[in-house]
Design a protein around this ligand. Sequence first.
Ligand code: 5AD
Ligand code: SF4
Length: 452
Amino acid sequence: MTPNPTDRRESFMTDAKKLFIKTYGCQMNVYDSERMAEALGASGYTVTDTPDQADMILLNTCHIREKAAEKVYSELGRLKPLKSANPDLKIGVAGCVAQAEGEEIMRRAPLVDLVVGPQTYHRLPAMERAVRAGERAVDTEFPEEDKFEHLPKGPRARRAPAAFLTVQEGCDKFCAFCVVPYTRGAEVSRPVDRVLREARDLVERGVCEITLLGQNVNAYHGAGDGGAWSLARLIREMARIDGLERIRFTTSHPNDMDDDLIAAHGDEPKLMPYLHLPVQSGSDRILKAMNRKHSAAQYLRVIERLRAARPDLLLSGDFIVGFPGETEQDFEDTMALVREVRYGQAYSFKYSARPGTPAAERADVPDDVASDRLRRLQALLTEQQRDLQAEMVGREVSVLFEKPGRLPGQMVGKSDYLHAVHVADPRAQVGQIARVRIVESAANSLRGEIAA
Ligand code: 5AD
Ligand code: SF4
């Protein structure tokens, strides 16, 4: 038998340094935090969930909406006593705020030792050595090399049954409100063979559900056999991996929902019936001002085709209210679109001006007007979510059990439609997929019983 590499790790675990990572924002940051932990694992760090025991604290930040930088500075303020108590503690800022204002952070926050952007965290081990030697390190480049290829292979420990896998990063769409094209850079797809290798590795480590991640994931065009592969082709190839039972992907742009990807929702059983497809607004005038490059009718047509392929598809979306120039009529158009689609889940935000984006130059809708619209939209979205959840009662769904619930004897898992489902049954084991009959709908979860 080949020696288990995790055994070798034990030998230096005794004097391991402790790493605490606080993650803000999207799933891509969750994935990045895991990879940063792996990169620093090679430098002798193990992850801790208590900051006061850490030798290094990393804040993995998000810049998408308001006051992101302010939140980082106040969090850094809260870390000051820890740093005074332990002068050897190193503090780093990672992620999109680091990318956007790395030098500024170094200037304003002397307790920060290290600033690393989302494209350079494979260089963390070298930065860590510099920091231990008493330097301060900043790296917010967009390097030529591929960070994923320079990361150490993680310890081959078992993984939780559901995992994220980043396949695409950055965005070339330049929606007028959005900082992503500036913080994450131009759109880059990882090559097919590397994605498949990582997927197989995850499955060998106990993963049976993979969510493919990208800011614009359905624009995926990774180099593969015979040229660039579409996301649909990648999904179809991944579906052939034995032991991988469920595939999801997020986040998508309506204009990149191609025929094959729509068809895959109908004919690829491992592709789950849940889709996050942001529209932002239901008004053509605002969509144009947002530079979304599609109309409300075009979005609705995509939804119609998806539902023809997979009638039970559960949709989720993102909405922005109070975009500069939004009138009451524009907002009513958004409400009408929401009524037409019926979302099972949704994220809605008040517009916030992001410095450097085109919309930041335009006059804002008064804050009280925007707040009122957000309240009305959220009331409608909550009602839809509740109704669609209630419709699940009496139905049978498949549930992947992920962890024990709060009550004794209870397990929590995800339905194929991504609902959280609670089941109290000794037969429910982590990592197992079971047929579950839904018996009750609560505020944000369902309760079910294992079907005979
Ligand atoms: N203001 C408000 N919401 C925003 N989003 C992105 N940028 C902004 C902004 N400047 C929202 C969009 C996007 C989601 C990730 O965040 O709805 O889809
Ligand atoms: Fe931002 Fe638009 Fe790109 Fe999405 S598609 S990341 S909202 S610029």
